[in-house]
Design a protein around this ligand. Structure first.
Ligand SMILES: Cc1cc2nc3c(=O)[nH]c(=O)nc-3n(C[C@H](O)[C@H](O)[C@H](O)COP(=O)(O)O)c2cc1C
Length: 515
């Protein structure tokens, strides 16, 4: 196997290096007009994101009390799939290769086998850089606020949508570890939004299956508050590692070194026993109570609705540390497209190689972003035997916890482009019969945020087999797909320019359908 370096972009040691890179490539817009963090940023961000626009640096952010914020606000950082790929260190075309790397990692024993992974995976070997460097005086501690100096109100935290009850930290990288020895290998880092409850208090909304929630249960079982470090603004590999589907037990913070092509530079927190990215912009340190909870929400969510109010644990802040002139990174979540749905699109491409390893007949798979990135899937397969589409549905639903949230799966043959609704519609219209090709199950685990399910966390699933029927699946003569004689097509290709009909080149099936 040819060893290619994992990265084909420059190294971005910190957020500022990435922002500079975007600026040089005309993918950063500086907004010098005064813009309020209350609703206005969301509205501007929403419009720019919808047309694939640049990252936005608000240089004059108006704070919630009407005064000018002390720092700039950066939004839409990952507002296109290309920028997500760049953040991961590769051009857009190479996302699939990174997916192969992730698929290989999944097949290894977690953590202890990382060293083994070095030998067994040349691509990984080329970029292997997960051993942290302990930075004595981390830049993120250029300013340290403790005791009465702590005030979350100093940060330009957005209120994204009308009727939301409080400012919401939307891009926090929440770092936790289990009780016991402080080993970075055991660290978890996930993005869990945080509602500001006061100058030194915030709620942390980790869903119960998240790594942070699992760590919290371990500390709470010992009756102890859990040390937590919340990073806002870091190099792009660190930010994206926090949302990657890494194998269970693999530390996102350390994995980021593979993507960045540089070992993680970590600094010791001031008030909690944890390490954080030394070159981050802002770190909020504190302890999440073993017992105390506070109602969270309602806030706008990635589904396009307001969430129901629910209790989540409370973080008591013990320090805020920042670089000089820090950049505050923010986003909104709402009906797709929003930034998480764009990231989801990029992650979709990373997922496909893993799927193929687990279910070899799968050719491609697409989670339409408009269906909240995971609630619907279109899967194409190379079909060989009767009943195969149903087997693939069941395999998918059982494969990962995330797939149990996919309430509709449409299976098609591999001549169908899973990303093209015209192709999918044609397959549904011509290869599917509702009395034979639907598989409905009920009372299965489902996203508890899905209020359409009859019970919270328990709902139905629908599988639609839109493949050609073969063997005992049908007793009728099946249709034959229309296709032009290739010799005629070639002849017309050669003749085309002389016909004076405008567009030249080959006339594919999709052209024939009027694209
Ligand atoms: C902008 C953004 C906001 C998110 N907000 C939340 C959230 O509030 N709660 C949550 O559980 N997951 C949220 N997620 C998803 C998780 O961060 C993501 O699934 C992550 O991989 C979870 O990490 P874990 O498996 O280590 O817990 C968010 C993701 C993004 C990109």
């Amino acid at each position: 196997m040819r060893v290619r370096p994992i990265r084909d972009l420059p190294h971005f040691r910190d957020l500022r290096a990435f922002v500079r890179h975007l600026d040089e490539n005309k993918l950063l817009a500086r907004v010098t007009e005064r813009v309020s963090t209350v609703h206005e940023m969301t509205e501007i961000h929403r419009r720019v994101l919808a047309c694939g626009g640049p990252a936005l640096l608000f240089e004059l952010a108006g704070r919630n009390d009407g005064s000018k914020a002390e720092m700039c606000v950066l939004v839409n950082l990952f507002g296109t799939v290309e920028r997500v790929a760049w953040g991961l260190g590769v051009g857009r075309r190479r996302l699939g290769e990174l997916g192969e790397l992730l698929a290989a990692l999944r097949e290894l024993e977690p953590i202890d086998d990382l060293r083994g992974a070095l030998q067994r995976w040349p691509l990984l070997k080329a970029g292997f850089a997960t051993i942290p460097v302990d930075v004595g005086r981390p830049p993120v501690q250029q300013k340290v606020y403790i005791g009465t100096q702590i005030d979350l109100g100093r940060l330009p935290i957005q209120i994204c949508w009308p009727d939301e009850p409080a400012p919401l930290i939307t891009w926090p990288l929440v770092i936790t570890r289990p009780p016991g020895q402080d080993r970075t290998l055991d660290y978890n880092m996930g993005v869990y939004r945080m509602q500001v409850l006061g100058p030194n208090r915030a709620g942390v909304r980790w869903l119960s299956h998240r790594g942070g929630a699992a760590h919290h249960r371990l500390w709470a079982a010992e009756g102890r508050d859990m040390p937590v470090a919340v990073v806002i603004g870091a190099d792009p590999a660190t930010m994206l590692a926090a949302v990657l589907p890494l194998p269970e037990g693999m530390s996102e913070l350390r994995f980021s070194g593979i993507l960045r092509g540089e070992r993680p530079r970590l600094g010791r927190c001031v008030t909690v026993p944890l390490m954080v990215p030394a070159d981050a912009e802002i770190v909020i340190e504190g302890f999440v109570s073993a017992k105390e909870t506070a109602p969270e929400g309602p806030f706008g969510d990635h589904t396009g609705y307001y969430n129901a109010v629910e209790p989540f644990p409370v973080l008591r802040v013990t320090a805020i540390t920042t670089r000089e002139a820090p950049i505050y990174v923010s986003t909104f979540t709402g009906r797709p497209p929003d930034e998480p749905s764009i990231i989801g699109e990029a992650l979709n491409e990373l997922f496909v190689p893993m799927l193929r390893r687990q279910i070899p007949e799968v050719r491609d798979c697409w989670f339409p972003p408009d269906a909240c990135s995971y609630r619907m899937a279109i899967v194409s397969i190379r079909k060989r035997y009767a009943g195969q589409a149903r087997r693939v549905m069941m395999a998918l639903w059982g494969m990962l916890v995330q797939f149990s949230y996919t309430k509709l799966i449409i299976v098609v043959d591999d001549d169908i482009d899973v990303r093209d609704w015209r192709d999918i519609s044609w397959a549904l219209a011509t290869r599917m019969d509702p009395s034979r090709d639907l598989m409905v199950t009920d009372r299965t685990p489902i996203d508890y945020l899905d209020f359409a399910s009859p019970l919270a966390g328990l709902g139905g699933k629908l599988g639609i087999d839109a493949t050609n029927k073969i063997g005992s699946e049908t007793s009728r003569k099946w249709g034959r797909v229309l296709a032009m004689d290739p010799a005629v097509s070639q002849h017309i290709d050669a003749l085309w320019d002389r016909l004076g009909l405008g567009r030249s080149g080959t006339f594919s099936n999709s052209d024939a359908r009027g694209s």
